[in-house]
Design a protein around this ligand. Structure first.
Ligand SMILES: [Zn+2]
Length: 318
């Protein structure tokens, strides 16, 4: 490997920093916010902020358009190295998720997964006898894995969710695991799924819970690819503005992620008597203080010193 290629990750990140620009709140499109934290774990100036309009914690600076596409194609895979240990834990998570969903809605049918990742959840559905399932996955390494190793090429399109996305059936269950927080316009994705789903169907979303105890992550919680940092309250509000009624919310302190939020929702048009959980709104200063207290920037375990070492290791790997 050439020396130039070996250290090119650092110049790529400098380029990313220059390409970043102010972006509106992904929840409401407004730019009225209070900054909580300036730099992410890659030392990029992301301006983690809280929206004074809708309460969503989000990055006020980020990438868009071709710069964002280039980032996900060339930089993101180098920052997120996959090992066989990762793959094994992804498979275990998939079985655990399927069981958690079965506990609430029974055995799913006609399953759509947006952001299928390595394909383990759809593989688990197939292993449990689900006959109709379909996925979308825009990432090339992920799609290559699910096609080659899991044999899911025919059931997973190599594409993101767009206004033109079509599915081979009317889904009864749509799932998005740790995807919504990456999207520039999560409300648009939710509205599209509300229209696509069977009126009696279900949506199950998992995201990191910004109001959980995530001190073990520290600075790792903040990174350029996560545009939104949801809580039960801000995600429920977004769902309600986007055609869904939140039905059941579960929080897991540990397991899939330090502070995992799983929300079950149903298309609003198909419901008459929602058993809604309406989380109490949390005051904005309380949210900002909680986040600042958990980042601990100078921690040797998960602060900037460790972030610098990890970045240099990633760069040296090429
Ligand atoms: Zn907002």
């Amino acid at each position: 490997m050439s020396l130039k290629r070996r250290w090119s990750l650092l110049s790529e990140l400098l380029r990313v920093d220059r390409q970043m620009s102010p972006l509106p709140c992904p929840g409401c499109g407004v730019e009225d916010r209070q900054r909580i934290w300036r730099q992410d774990r890659y030392f990029l100036r992301v301006d983690l902020s809280i929206c004074r309009q809708c309460g969503l914690v989000h990055l006020a600076r980020g990438l868009s358009g071709q710069a964002e596409e280039r980032f996900y194609e060339h930089v993101y895979p180098r920052l997120m190295s996959l090992t066989s240990a990762n793959l094994g834990s992804f498979r275990l998570m998939a079985g655990y998720r399927l069981q958690a969903i079965r506990d609430v809605i029974g055995m799913p049918e006609r399953v759509l997964e947006v952001g299928a990742g390595m394909g383990f959840f759809l593989d688990a559905c197939r292993a449990h006898g689900v006959r109709e399932f379909f996925g979308l996955e825009p990432g090339a390494p992920q799609h290559s894995y699910l096609s080659g190793t899991l044999g899911l090429a025919g059931q997973v399109a190599h594409a993101p969710l767009t206004a033109d996305s079509r599915f081979p059936f009317v889904p009864r269950l749509a799932v998005m695991f740790h995807v919504l927080e990456h999207l520039a316009d999560p409300g648009a994705a939710l509205r599209q799924l509300a229209n696509a789903l069977d009126p009696q169907g279900w949506l199950v979303i998992e995201v990191p819970d910004i109001l959980a105890d995530w001190r073990s992550l520290g600075l790792w919680q903040v990174h350029v690819s996560h545009r939104s940092y949801f809580s039960a309250a801000s995600l429920s509000a977004l769902l309600q503005r986007s055609g869904f009624t939140p039905w059941y919310i579960s929080r897991e302190a540990h397991g899939i992620y330090p502070g995992n939020l799983r929300v079950f929702a149903r298309p609003t048009a198909g419901q008459t008597a929602p058993a809604v959980i309406e989380p109490a709104p949390v005051p904005l200063p309380g949210v900002a203080d909680s986040i600042r207290a958990q980042i601990r920037p100078w921690s040797l375990r998960n602060g900037y010193p460790r972030a610098a070492v990890r970045l240099l290791r990633c760069a040296a790997r090429g």
